[in-house]
Design a protein around this ligand. Structure first.
Ligand code: CP
Length: 321
């Protein structure tokens, strides 16, 4: 008989690939207690990790997770080291692109058993980004399972980590979780925000999302979510405060506000129920959040980063079993 932890997954493209958030979180926490207890899963298997963008946590934690499972790891920084890829069909490739994703995805698939890809939003074309042109092209042509290590619109490994971290630290049945926009000088993708909101909607929490006017996420993401432009009202009695910047979805990819009054401060955290502070990292100190909060006893950011390993290990294990 098949049990819940024996269900194999073919892709981890978004949080929608999780059948039960509660079961996955529980299993990730179990893996964390004995990460080296699953060595046989990845014996003689290889993961190829392709990075079109920089990374610290995703790169190292996914590699560590694969090693825990006994896998071999191939890592490639595609930008600058790989051929420039063409994604459109029927193109006369006499311009900047040197190789079509059709060949690239099939070729890479021969070298690995799992393919993990990081390809951020361009923030130039909402249509291209929200159609997930890069990662969906790999999904279309690859013959091995694919893991999204942050695509244009989603960061499901981070979201699984965040669900795990909240579950580990909740001290009441239905905690209040506040997700707050914060300022940032550069335009950032909506991927982390999208996946966090999608994940938290599936958890039994009191959830509020707060951001300035013009920073509404896509309607399908925030459907059914309590949203407000009043950050201080949102923070009242919060048990978890998750802070993240994202660029405008409506005025696509633009920085509409750098209003420093949205920065998370120790004074604002006093409005909460002694809330835990969360951020996916990397974070710009004293722009997004004050040192005092980030370095404070309630900051979970380092634990969050640690949990990235176990979230990735769970996803890989589910692909290998
Ligand atoms: N949170 C996160 O994805 O970190 P990296 O960009 O360093 O991988």
């Amino acid at each position: 008989m098949e049990t819940k932890d024996m269900i194999k997954i073919e892709k981890y493209f978004s949080t929608h690939d999780i059948d039960s958030v509660a079961d996955w979180v529980e299993e990730a926490i179990t893996i964390k207690k004995n990460p080296l207890g699953y060595k046989e899963y990845g014996q003689n298997k290889t993961i190829a990790m392709l990075f079109f963008n920089p990374s610290l946590r995703t790169r190292l934690s996914t590699q560590k997770a694969a090693v825990h499972l006994g896998m071999n790891v191939i890592v490639m920084n595609f930008n600058g080291e790989g051929w420039s890829l063409e994604y459109n069909d029927g193109t006369i490739m006499d311009q900047g692109t040197s190789e079509h994703v059709k060949e690239a995805a099939q070729v890479v698939s021969q070298y690995c058993d799992v393919l993990a890809i990081r390809a951020f939003a361009s923030l130039e074309s909402k249509e291209d980004d929200y159609s997930e042109k890069v990662i969906k092209s790999f999904v279309k042509y690859a013959s091995v399972p694919i893991i999204n290590m942050e695509s244009a619109t989603a960061h499901p490994l981070q979201a699984l980590t965040d669900a795990m971290t909240i579950t580990e630290h909740m001290t009441k049945k239905r905690p209040k979780v506040v997700f707050s926009w914060a300022p940032h000088p550069k335009p950032l993708p909506q991927a982390v925000a999208n996946s966090f909101v999608e994940m938290i909607k599936r958890m039994d929490v009191d959830f509020v999302c707060t951001y300035p006017e013009g920073y509404e996420l896509a309607r399908h993401i925030t459907e059914g979510v309590t949203t407000t432009h009043d950050q201080e009202a949102a923070l009242k009695d919060a048990d978890f405060v998750y802070v993240k910047n994202w660029s405008s979805y409506a005025d696509y990819g633009k920085v509409l506000s750098t209003d420093t009054s949205w920065k998370m401060t120790a004074k604002k955290m006093e409005l909460t129920n002694n809330a835990k502070f969360m951020h996916c990292l990397p974070v710009r100190r004293n722009v997004v959040v004050d040192d005092e909060v980030l370095d404070g006893a309630n900051s979970l950011v380092i634990e969050q980063a640690n949990n990235r390993t176990y979230a990735a290990q769970l996803v890989l294990k589910k692909m290998l079993e």
